[in-house]
Design a protein around this ligand. Sequence first.
Ligand SMILES: NC(=O)c1ccc[n+]([C@@H]2O[C@H](COP(=O)([O-])OP(=O)(O)OC[C@H]3O[C@@H](n4cnc5c(N)ncnc54)[C@H](O)[C@@H]3O)[C@@H](O)[C@H]2O)c1
Length: 316
Amino acid sequence: MQVLVTGGAGFIGTHLVERLIENGASVRILDDLSAGDISGVSRLLRSGGATFVKGDVRDGGKVMEATRGCEIVYHLAAQSSVPKSTENPSLDLEVNIIGTHNVLRAAKECGTKVVFASSSVVYGMPRRIPTPESEPLVPHSFYGASKAAAEDYCRLYSELFGVPTVILRLFNIYGPGTNKGLMFDLYRKLLRDPKRLEILGTGEQKKDYLYIDDAIDAFIAAPERSRCVGDAYNIGLGESYTVFQIAQMMFDVLGLEGVEVKPRGGTSWLGDVELTEPDVSKAEIELGWRAKVGIKDGIRKTLEYFGKTLGPLPSK
Ligand SMILES: NC(=O)c1ccc[n+]([C@@H]2O[C@H](COP(=O)([O-])OP(=O)(O)OC[C@H]3O[C@@H](n4cnc5c(N)ncnc54)[C@H](O)[C@@H]3O)[C@@H](O)[C@H]2O)c1
C-alpha cells in the first residue's frame, strides 16, 4: 500500500513513517523542513521504505503530485506552535487551513482517504471536564481556530463530496524524538541548574499527556476502524497532571531531591489552555483504541532519550 505522510519529518510524523514501514506500507513524505529534521527520517529513506518530497502544503500542485497513487494521506504538516500563531496569525491560516484544503482537494481527485492531525486546542476552555467530542469548539488561539476550520473542511469534504476523512484531536504528545513541550523544556532547564527549576505560569496548569507510541496506534487504527465520514476522536491518556506533578515525577526518575521549584506566575503564554482532560470513550468504543503507556513509564522512557541526546544532568 502506498501512503503519503505530510509533515513526515516532524516529531509525530517520523514515528508514524517508521510504524507504517514496519507494517509493510510504502511511504511518501511531503515536508518543507520548516520545523522538521531530515536526519530523523534519513535512516528510513536509506532503508528504501520511504521516499521524500521537499515541498510546501500551500503549493496545491505539489500536494496533488504527492497524493497521486496513495490510498491514505496522513496530514500532519502544520504550523503547530500557539505562540507563533499569535505572532503571525496569517501563517496558520495559510499553512493549516489552505494547506489542509489542498490535501482534501487532492484526495478528492485521487480517491484517497485522509487522516487529519487536529488538536485538543480546538475546544478552547472547555466547560465539561472530561471533555467529550460533542463539546462546542471555541478556540482560544489562532492555532486552535485554524485547526477547527480545517476540521470543518474535512467534515464537509466527506459530507458533500464523499471523501473519506477522519479527525484525530491529539492532546499533548510526548516521547523520544520530541524537541518541544513541557518535559523537554523542564529537562533543558535542569541541565543548566539541577537545583532550581523555574516554571512558566502558576504550575497548576493541568493537562493530558499521551506517549508517542499510543498516538501512533491511534493513527493506524483510525483509517481502518472509523467510518471515515468526518468524525473527530479525542486521542489522549484520559488523565491530567499539573506542571508541579510532572516536574515531581521527573525529579523522582532523575533521582533529584530538594529542587527549588519557582513558578513565574501569570499565564504561560497568550492563547494557552490551562486545563485539558479528554473523554476518550468514543475512541475506545469506535476505534478499539486506548492508551497503554502510563505517565510514569512514558516519562522514564522520554528522560532516557533526553539523557542520550541532550546529555546527562550535571552531578549534584
Ligand atoms: N505534538 C503535539 O503534542 C501535538 C498535539 C496536537 C496536535 N498536533 C498536530 O500533529 C501534527 C504533527 O505535530 P508534531 O508535533 O509532529 O509537529 P512538528 O512541528 O514536529 O511537525 C510538523 C512538520 O510539518 C512540517 N511543515 C510545517 N509547515 C509545512 C508546510 N507549509 N509544508 C510542508 N510541511 C510543513 C514541518 O517541517 C514539520 O516536519 C501537527 O499537525 C500538529 O498540529 C501535535
